[in-house]
Structures are given as structure tokens and as C-alpha cells.
Design a protein around this ligand. Sequence first.
Ligand SMILES: C[S@@+](CC[C@H](N)C(=O)[O-])C[C@H]1O[C@@H](n2cnc3c(N)ncnc32)[C@H](O)[C@@H]1O
Length: 216
Amino acid sequence: MADILNDTLRTLLDSYVAEKFVNEDEVLQWIQTEAARNELPAISVRGFEGRLLQMLVYISGAKQIVEIGTLAGYSAVWLARALPANGKLYTLEKSSKHAAVARATFDRAGLNRKVELLEGDALSSLAQLAPRNPFDMIFIDADRPHYQDYLKWAADNLRPGGMVAAHNAFRSGRVLAPENDDDRFVADFNATLATDKRFETFVFAIGDGLAVGVRK
Ligand SMILES: C[S@@+](CC[C@H](N)C(=O)[O-])C[C@H]1O[C@@H](n2cnc3c(N)ncnc32)[C@H](O)[C@@H]1O
């Protein structure tokens, strides 16, 4: 099957947009270098996907965000920088190694007041966060088998008009013909989201696809 994300024109256009509209500053570059130095997997959002997330925060006026899956804090920095001064990003990470790198990231980015990292399994951290609802935005970028659980939590804890967004909706094109369990979990998640009456839904065909739902 053709890999639509490696399509030449698409790749050229992504580079064009990144060059013109994505300012990956010294801190964002440092995060990726630090992640590689600590041998973290290179699975963060890409620069222009980070910028898309940031634009969604600006457009929606989100003040309270939950991110599921921190890694080294790359997407968290994009999100948190778009928050107003009194905004808060709760970012959830189960790996203590990843969490340690992310803490260094938030120090370096000067974002400790806006970002709170909850170390541990996301489902227990979400239960801990629920009393602080309603949230304005939930970004899902972690273990695929739990995407449906995270969607349920989002439906229960977003304000009306709040947004859930899930990374890798395309699985590099494999969502069209799933090849492994994670592909199937994402295809199922997309199908559930598409017909979920609690949300207005769509997939932004940017990067590896960002599935979004706006809570009715
Ligand atoms: C794709 S990476 C996140 C990338 C990050 N959002 C970015 O773009 O910079 C997924 C992260 O989720 C974490 N993770 C996986 N399962 C988790 C779980 N059940 N609870 C919390 N974190 C989890 C992994 O350890 C990994 O760091």
C-alpha cells in the first residue's frame, strides 16, 4: 500500500509549512537532543504538529489542559506556551525515566508554574485529576489499547465546547489496512469517535493525523 505520508508533494508541503510557520527555538531543539542523549524513543509529535496543537489552544482559548503521554515534554512545551498566564497543563507519564527528562525540560523552558507532571499510570492519574474538572482540552498520545478509556474520560470531564485530540490517527497510512494491534486500536478509536454522539468530530490530515472531538 502506498504510504500517503511519504508522498513527495505532501512531504514538500509539510517542509514548506514548517519552514514558514514553525519556529522551533533553542529550547525545543534542546529537548530533542536531550531525548536522544537519554535514548528515549523518537516518537514525539513533529514541529508542525506541535504548532498545530498550539494553534488549537489559541483558537479555543483553553486554560486547563490534560496531556496523556509526556515523553521528554516536547508537545507539552508547545501546548503550555500557548496557555494564558493563569493556565495549567497536567501532563501524564508512567515511565520514571521519561518523567525525569521531562522535568529537566520544564525547568529549562521556564514552565514549572504552568506545567504539572503526574508520574504513574494515566488511568490512575486521570482518576486523581477528575475532581478538578471541567477541562478545556485533552491531548491523547500514549498507549493505544487505552485510547477508548481516555475518550470516555474526556467525555466525562471536558466542558461543553472542550476538545479531545488524539495523535497518530493515520498510523503512517496503516489505519487504512491495519497491520498490528496498535493500528487496529487506532482504527477502532477513530470509528468510535466518528460516531460518538457526544462529540462533533473530524481528523485534521496534518502530519500523522490528529483526530479531534468537540464536546457537545
Ligand atoms: C508518543 S509518546 C508521547 C510523546 C509526547 N506527547 C510528545 O509528542 O512529545 C508516549 C508516552 O506515553 C507514555 N505512556 C505509555 N503508556 C502510558 C500510560 N498507561 N500512562 C502514562 N503514560 C504512558 C510512554 O512512556 C511515552 O513516554
